[in-house]
Design a protein around this ligand. Structure first.
Ligand SMILES: Nc1nc2c(ncn2[C@@H]2O[C@H](COP(=O)(O)OP(=O)(O)OP(=O)(O)O)[C@@H](O)[C@H]2O)c(=O)[nH]1
Ligand SMILES: Nc1ncnc2c1ncn2[C@@H]1O[C@H](COP(=O)(O)OP(=O)(O)OP(=O)(O)O)[C@@H](O)[C@H]1O
Length: 267
């Protein structure tokens, strides 16, 4: 790499970062459009600075002639609200046809000694250049907002202390990382409860609609007494839990089926 033109070398990496940012941002928009919820909160990217590439190559014992083996010259970071969203985005990355996963590192279940948590992918990504296709390595980091908050603070402290964070601060950072991990767990639990409540609400609405339409059927068929009886019981069941409504719905369904079999219903 001695005397190499870094600007030219880094051009395809810049292209890769721009393309990957567009792709993950489009994925965000697409899912949000379809589901009104998106597993991707936001996405950033950067090309590593030359001084940082040289330093990393040295740490990884990669000679500068093979500097393209440094896996994170191109880097993308995807932030999610919840850990479950990270799994969904991870599945998506594994399934994509425009990149190939060459490595996965799970620092979520196995945090780093610093307290760092994230899920990392190294992918092989092809960019189209004037000289034809060029495959390069890119790092994709997946984080929750809480993980990102912690990592950003820790990164700036590392910068401030030039990599030698005082022991006492380091210990507090590890404790803060654990607190942040518990926060993610709490938020996921709340989210599950909200989801359950939404499902229950939907089931209740559907059951109510079913019962009312069956009672209407009875009225149209002239079974006014039966309809009045079930209407009364419907009102009573509404003040109880969902199972009372579901039982009533089943009962009315069976009565209707029976009546239809006996030809008591004419529409
Ligand atoms: N803030 C912060 N970021 C980290 C930490 N560890 C890793 N990262 C991020 O993750 C990237 C890659 O980390 P790793 O997958 O562990 O790769 P590596 O730096 O070669 O690490 P090792 O092989 O474990 O020495 C780094 O460039 C950082 O962006 C950490 O302790 N704090
Ligand atoms: N994959 C990534 N996507 C987006 N931004 C990243 C990514 N990796 C690092 N960054 C950010 O780029 C900036 C420069 O980081 P740089 O790559 O020099 O150091 P680093 O990430 O700490 O890694 P290393 O210790 O491996 O050199 C930092 O603000 C860092 O948070």
């Amino acid at each position: 790499m001695y005397g190499r033109d870094w600007d030219t070398f880094l051009l395809p990496y810049e292209q890769a970062v721009e393309e990957l940012k567009v792709k993950f941002r489009s994925l965000r928009t697409e899912i949000k459009h379809k589901e009104e919820y998106t597993p991707i909160e936001f996405c950033t990217g950067r090309v590593k600075k030359v001084s940082s590439i040289i330093e990393k190559a040295k740490i990884l014992s990669i000679p500068l002639e093979r500097v393209e083996e440094v896996p994170d010259i191109a880097g993308i970071r995807i932030m999610c609200q919840f850990q479950e969203d990270m799994h969904r985005v991870a599945e998506h990355i594994r399934a994509r046809k425009d990149m190939a996963v060459v490595e996965e590192r799970d620092y979520v279940t196995n945090r780093k000694p610093s307290g760092y948590r994230s899920y990392h992918f190294i992918v092989r990504y092809p960019v189209q250049t004037v000289h034809g296709e060029q495959e390069l390595l890119a790092e994709v980091q997946l984080r929750t907002l809480a993980m990102n908050f912690w990592a950003t603070i820790e990164h700036s402290l590392n910068y401030k202390y030039k990599g030698n964070i005082p022991e006492q601060v380091r210990e507090r950072l590890v404790r803060a990382a654990e607190a942040s991990y518990r926060l993610d767990g709490e938020m996921s639990a709340i989210r599950d409860e909200i989801k359950d409540a939404q499902i229950l609400f939907e089931t209740k609405s559907n059951t109510v609609a079913d019962i009312l339409s069956m009672i209407e059927k009875m009225i149209h068929a002239g079974h006014l007494e039966l309809a009045a009886e079930y209407h009364q019981r419907f009102h009573e069941a509404q003040s109880e839990d969902i199972s009372a409504l579901m039982l009533l719905s089943e009962e009315i369904k069976q009565v209707l089926q029976q009546q239809e079999q006996n030809n008591n219903f004419y529409y």
